[in-house]
Design a protein around this ligand. Structure first.
Ligand code: NAG
Length: 285
């Protein structure tokens, strides 16, 4: 009996706490997991703007040392090549004053068994706070660098990049061995599309080279290069250019005509020329 009373009291308190909580004008968590899934094809229809280049970050206390290390290293790798900064903050509970300063937007990083997703919430008083769920499997790749690559992929997509493979022009450069219906095109930030397609982008799954091949419009890269960024856990030069175009366009200097699909690496020069003459032969026939 006493136990029942206690449970009832607890439930009432919980319900009351729910009502008193500051109202979040952002999407509810459940919806958000669907709408803002970083893998989702739709992305967030309301968010056209880019985030702050400086992200204040709290690690949810349950992240393991290893996971924190992978995240920190991912931050470092991203900031090495872009103007984006992730600044880790010492953990504070939600009621701490730091977490309620209106002009101090922050992101809490948590782990999710299934999803890579985020929720953006604007609380009363304009406290912008975000919860970023990094999917568990990103931390469970075959190697440390691959884990870093998988985490970086989720971070840059949280920052507004979309998967290169879903670009409207991707089919010109890359095809699947077993063709499937083309997935819907998500909303891309115009900055990303103003630069050439990059088969090595950190947003290309590391397994894609098994299922995809490059077309004659991408002779300067090899099929084995597909997904290279994620495999080594680094941004490519073109990933950096695209991110910087969103956050600090004044720093970007590059020639969009000299993209990764048309300018071969020195080591590939010979095979590049051979490929080109091969394609020419095919055309003649
Ligand atoms: C992992 O990445 C780091 C930094 O780029 C590099 O120094 C190291 O050689 C890589 N390790 C492997 C096994 O590739």
């Amino acid at each position: 009996m006493l136990l029942r009373l206690l449970t009832a009291a607890l439930l009432i308190t919980a319900a009351a706490a729910k009502i008193c909580r500051p109202k979040a004008s952002g999407t509810k968590l459940h919806e958000a997991l669907v709408n803002n899934d970083v893998n989702s094809i739709m992305g967030d229809p309301e968010r056209n703007t880019v985030r702050h280049a400086n992200q204040l970050v709290y690690f949810w206390p349950s992240l393991s040392e290893f996971e924190q290390e992978v995240l920190r290293d991912s931050f470092t790798q991203i900031s090495r090549r872009t103007c984006i900064k992730f600044e880790e903050q010492p953990w504070q509970p939600w009621y701490h004053a730091d977490r309620w300063e209106p002009d101090r937007p922050y992101v809490i990083i948590r782990k999710s068994r299934q999803y890579a997703a985020y929720t953006d919430n604007k609380l009363d008083g304009d406290v912008q706070r975000t919860i970023l769920y990094v999917s568990q499997n990103a931390f469970e790749q075959n190697s440390y660098n691959q884990s870093r690559g998988a985490v970086m992929d989720q971070l840059v997509r949280y920052m507004g990049m979309r998967k290169e493979l879903l670009r409207p022009d991707a089919a010109s450069y890359i095809q699947e061995h077993v063709p499937r219906a083309a997935p819907a095109t998500p909303r891309f930030h115009p900055s990303q599309l103003s630069w050439p397609f990059d088969p090595e982008s950190v947003t290309v799954p590391l397994s894609a080279r098994k299922s995809h091949y490059l077309t004659e419009y991408c002779p300067a890269r090899n099929d084995a290069d597909i997904g290279a960024g994620q495999r080594v856990g680094l941004l490519t030069r073109w990933d950096a250019i695209k991110l910087n175009s969103m956050y600090c366009p004044q720093l970007v200097e590059a020639d969009p005509q000299r993209g990764p699909c048309v300018v071969p690496r020195k080591k590939d020069l010979k095979s590049f020329k051979k490929k080109l003459s091969g394609y020419k032969e095919q055309k003649k026939r």
